[in-house]
Design a protein around this ligand. Sequence first.
Ligand code: BDR
Ligand code: CA
Length: 312
Amino acid sequence: MARKIIIDTDPGQDDAVAILLALASPEEVEVLGITAVAGNVPLALTQRNARIVCELAGRRDIRVFAGCDAPLERALVTAEYVHGNTGLDGITLPEPTMPLQDGHAVDFLIETLRGAPSETVTLCPLGPLTNIAAAFRRAPDIVARVQEIVLMGGAYFEVGNVTPAAEFNIYVDPEAARDVFASGVPITVMPLDVTHKVLTTRPRIDAFRALGTEVGEVVASWTDFFERFDMAKYGHDGAPLHDPCVIAHLVRPGLFGGRHVNVEIETQSDLTRGMTVADWWGVTDRARNATFMGEVDADGFYDLLTGRLARL
Ligand code: BDR
Ligand code: CA
């Protein structure tokens, strides 16, 4: 039976590819809704972009909610230098016509978790954890109802991409991340340690384009555009494709390997704000709270992704 998921997201080209992978994989995941959060670009654009992606996939029926427009306790930091001014730069797509849902994303999260049998809904955060933490703060009863959180964020061996110590999603709202990692919900983390191994090399981008479909062309254009900045930075022959790792893990868990460890979030230090302090070597007696991924079958990941995008 397909696992019920809510995608919490700040699209972002890689978020967009993650949403497409989920919508192309109904055997494994059922998307109950998409909740937009401020992150890569402001909320007005992330909720718009989420609807653009649903329309591209022919899924105007998916409910998209707007959530928090700023981190819990800090000013918003965005990443137009990675994603472009729209968040989906790389190809021009029509403005969406499907409606944004009336309610707030945090209310949708709370109501959905209260309305479903306990431990049957998995949360898939692909951006700052603001919406998730806000829902947990407002309705602590829902925490124990979450089946699992599978998120993109953090880094250990790869250290930071937005500062020397921190990955963007955790850096933007470290208090939200701290709350989520302390919540007791089973957590699986896709950090930079794995996303920097799934690189958009030229043959992989060509394979998207060779699908000969609108979706293939759009994904090729997006992946050609974004994170070029990172290619220059890291000297890789392709850019990382972060957020689809979350959905790929739910569709084909055997692609990834990691360790169940303690992960704490730095919120006090200006120098290391948002650092995911992962006890990879088990040198503390702090309780294990997350499965932190470190390995991925990159060719298997791209075979899965390209094959699923071909369905749309
Ligand atoms: C994360 O930050 C965003 O730029 C991407 O969408 C991804 O979720 C990578 O650090
Ligand atoms: Ca994202």
